[in-house]
Write a protein that binds this ligand. Sequence first.
Ligand code: SIN
Length: 279
Amino acid sequence: MEIRPFDNGCGAEIGGVDLQSMSDEEVEAIADAHAAYGVVFLRGQTLTPGDQLAVARRFGPINVNRFFTPVPGHPEVAMVLKEPHHQYNIGGGWHTDHSYDQAPALGSMLFALDVPSAGGDTMFASMYKAYEALSPGLRRTLEGLRAVHSSRHVFGKGAYAKQDDDRYHNAGQATQDAVHPVVIRHPRTGRPALYVNPAFTRRIAGWTEDESRPLLEHLYDVAAREDHTCRFRWEVGSVAFWDNRATWHHALNDYPGERRLMHRVTVEGESLSPYLTEN
Ligand code: SIN
């Protein structure tokens, strides 16, 4: 197995491994690279939904996504689909998965089944690099702060994940709000990472939304700087496995009239409260 980190430290390509026949040592090496670089990419894999679940379970228990329509017969495998007639894609803005949960997902594993002839890449941003780009003074201000995250405005009734769109369901279950540290010490690497995102973070805990907005927008501007990001061009059989505690991602919607189908399995995480950074 060969692990090739990208130059800026966001993302790594892994070659020479068949996910279905990994040794325990290879699982550990992939888990280390996943945490260190935030996302790992593999090509040329062949995975049925059952195979993908078995692979993901090597990294932890499965977290069932409540809002994406699952693959028929596989409630733990979410469909990430855009048909030619769809205008919007799933995940088409910077976010990190499940930050609205009390114990946010550790990682998400996306497998490509159908890709457009051009476009449909996914961008990733390193939250380690975002944190490191802040001034020492702002870092000190953020340490000890918490933020409120929610699913209501994204997946709830009347939210932009429209209820007449059969790619989403269970709007009535979008009741999760959670409070997490604004900066975490990553559970595996111990490295500080920014843990707020434009999709699900509503405000700094104890502050109003109006008070929170200028600070959050500044953090989002820094986080999305080009030198903090990497971009993955999909092929059928590609896998991206990202760490939701160390990255954001953004699925580009630049392939009108074409189909893109991915299967996503989410790996359970843990409460981030013990990983608060304190000054
Ligand atoms: C997602 O946000 O989980 C989807 C990412 C993608 O389709 O590239």
